[in-house]
Design a protein around this ligand. Sequence first.
Ligand SMILES: CCCCCCCC/C=C\CCCCCCCCCCCCCC(=O)SCCNC(=O)CCNC(=O)[C@H](O)C(C)(C)COP(=O)(O)OP(=O)(O)OC[C@H]1O[C@@H](n2cnc3c(N)ncnc32)[C@H](O)[C@@H]1OP(=O)(O)O
Ligand SMILES: Cc1cc2nc3c(=O)[nH]c(=O)nc-3n(C[C@H](O)[C@H](O)[C@H](O)COP(=O)(O)OP(=O)(O)OC[C@H]3O[C@@H](n4cnc5c(N)ncnc54)[C@H](O)[C@@H]3O)c2cc1C
Length: 730
Amino acid sequence: MRNKPIANVNADLLKERKNCSFDIEELTNLIDGGKNQTARRREIENMLLKNMPFDIIPEECLSAKEKYENAVRKSVALNKIGVELVSQVTKAKELSDLTLTLRRVSDAYFREVTPFLLHLGMFIPTILGQCSDEQVAHWLPLAMQLKIIGTYAQTELGHGTFIRGLETTATYDERTEEFVLNSPTLSSSKWWAGGLGKTANHCIVVAQLYTKGECYGTHPFIVQIRDMDTHMPLKGLKVGEIGPRLGFQTADNGFLVFDNFRIPRDSLMMKHAKVLKDGTYVKIARHSKLTYGTMIFVRVLLVSEMAFNLSKAVTIAVRYSAVRRQSELKPNEPEPQVLDYLTQQHKLFISISTVYAFQFTSNWLMKTYHTVQANMKHGNTDALPELHALSSCLKAICTSDCSAAIEQCRFACGGHGYMISSNLPSLYAFTTATRTYEGDYTVLLLQTARFLVKTWEQVELGNAVTPMVAYLARHQNREAWDESPEGIIRAFEAIAAGVYQTESVRSVSFGQSDAIKDVMKQLSDLYLLYWSLERTGDLLTTLKSTLGSYDGRVYERLMEEALKSPLNQEPVNESFHNEPEPQVMDFVSQQHKLFIGIASYYSYSMTALWLWDILTKVTSELGVGKTDRLPESHGRAVFMSVFNSEMEKSVSSLSAPLQAVLRQLVELYLYYWTLEKRGDLLLVLQSTLGSYDGRVYERLMEEALKNPPNKEPVNESFHKYLKPFIQGKL
Ligand SMILES: CCCCCCCC/C=C\CCCCCCCCCCCCCC(=O)SCCNC(=O)CCNC(=O)[C@H](O)C(C)(C)COP(=O)(O)OP(=O)(O)OC[C@H]1O[C@@H](n2cnc3c(N)ncnc32)[C@H](O)[C@@H]1OP(=O)(O)O
Ligand SMILES: Cc1cc2nc3c(=O)[nH]c(=O)nc-3n(C[C@H](O)[C@H](O)[C@H](O)COP(=O)(O)OP(=O)(O)OC[C@H]3O[C@@H](n4cnc5c(N)ncnc54)[C@H](O)[C@@H]3O)c2cc1C
């Protein structure tokens, strides 16, 4: 049954809906995965609508503590219904449909993230992916019925990306048949795990496993961290909330420090490796990276998460654009709906097509994931490297594009889009975090590049490669796309676009009407066209050659290029002496992110001074109302030329080294903006990360300890909601 029509709908919205060229219900069925799934979703929605407590005071008006307590209250009510529904299903497919529906409907109740996100998103999947059959039989029912509440603590203050660099140790003591957990340094403190700060009583801890004096690398352990009755942290642990953050405000992300904390031997999750009673280490896995499995799973999930979040943002922005009227096009005629402006459509329509691109690609990726998992059950791990490469680059691209597109949706709603009540700021805060967590954007793209370079080598040797990367063999002409990691990644993006096109065509080829097919085709074309225009520069081949330059300065250019090589910047490379761990500052990709910020700061300062001087003159000459917004390119050109000339004027009295640095900044700024369209600027530091003394980890911990939730060991919502819920008394 369709949802009932709602009375008092805005006339403009009704008019737009009447103009729709296809049956909306048909598209709804397509998105839900069929008529039955739509009906089931609506059944669950209606049930939740009847039974779930809504907010009386808007979440954003509460204090941080109240927000958390309110989130626990609502989560417990949702979990109660969820657990009941989950207990009624028997088939795996029904369970995955149900979880998806619950996840999506649950967003109606939370502006922020539930403190149970990590329990559902990582704790349960890690039990499934990392425990032996016996361990699954023990832990899974407890976790599914929420008798225990878990999280996933891998990241530390000092390391997130480089998992092999984690410092937490789990040392096996064969006399007592226990592991002893320790945090040997401040930087080894576990940091970030969602739900750890106040909610969880169990935690998956990733630590370096030592037995018989040898280190076997990082392994996952399942660890109880709080007393099941009093919720007090267990002896030997320091645990708390890490402090306010951009989003995830109700997810009580936490820290955890171990001091000779003992756990039983079978706390080691033993699907891929075990330690026998006498301390013998036994490797079971056929692939060394199987312990990273949960991350792959969540990366795959995130593609669909991004489709969902962007669909919400663009629905908000399109509806509002139909309702909002602004400006006068023709005298004495009504102001147009902002949706009618082509520039507005430009902001919105690409987001609509992106939602579909993400959703179709996500459906395909999830299927691929399950196929690879099924093969791995039979011992075949051949497809794992490609799955890792695919999930890495698709996660990186879609999380990055999604948060940028949500910002466009916010811009499209003008001032009102800035209101928390519009939900656009919260959607942005949630999605921008996904670019970082579960693998940083750059780092994951580099992982994909690594796979592609290896594949390229196979192609060069004439060896067979998988169908997904067979295009490398077809493109033997290297000029079509360069071999740099970026070039390779762009080629890979083309493959993602290809997946979208084939999947969207495949999914709409049966049953669906011509009207839906037309719309889906238009959306698919729009997505492909948009990205080919966005990347025009990349698609055009320029010569880029020391040998073929117009002026024929072949030898000079060869020498100039050779001198630019980083290897020539120092007479003796430090690897001659030793091999130090790099600071992230050493990565060129990191410098790329930071240095333009410095250059922009100077550009803005210089331009601001200049602008101030001419402000009065300009306004008196042009008159208020005639200062139409200048096109972006003109604005950038002004920044560039003013920066260049003003900087030149002001540096002449400075010392030579400082002049040289400032001139480099001008050059960087000009160069960067010929390549890029935007950059970031941090004007006021006020930052734990950017302090002059570099005491980053100390300051993060100091700030976390000041955090009000850490002033009480157990939050009152434990007694009020969590404990009665866990004990089945609610
Ligand atoms: C119960 C009923 C209740 C009902 C209620 C219902 C309500 C519903 C509500 C909600 C539902 C849930 C919704 C879920 C949404 C999901 C949200 C989840 C939230 C998550 C929050 C964030 C959590 C985290 O961030 S956890 C921490 C994540 N950390 C990272 O991702 C770290 C990133 N770093 C890495 O991955 C790696 O370290 C690395 C890959 C960068 C480098 O690793 P390395 O140094 O060990 O490797 P190398 O670079 O040396 O490479 C060696 C070799 O290995 C290959 N490799 C690397 N990784 C993998 C891999 N994963 N798999 C396979 N192979 C891999 C690499 O390619 C190299 O191969 P070569 O052949 O080239 O040698
Ligand atoms: C909201 C949120 C929730 C989170 N929840 C959890 C959780 O529940 N559990 C958990 O364990 N973790 C969690 N995390 C941590 C998250 O997984 C890490 O922050 C993430 O993996 C990035 O690692 P990092 O912080 O060490 O970044 P860094 O690696 O320090 O990145 C800093 C910069 O260095 C660059 N860089 C690093 N290495 C390289 C390289 N090799 N080459 C080029 N550039 C490089 C990066 O691109 C980036 O620009 C969460 C994080 C956030 C923001």
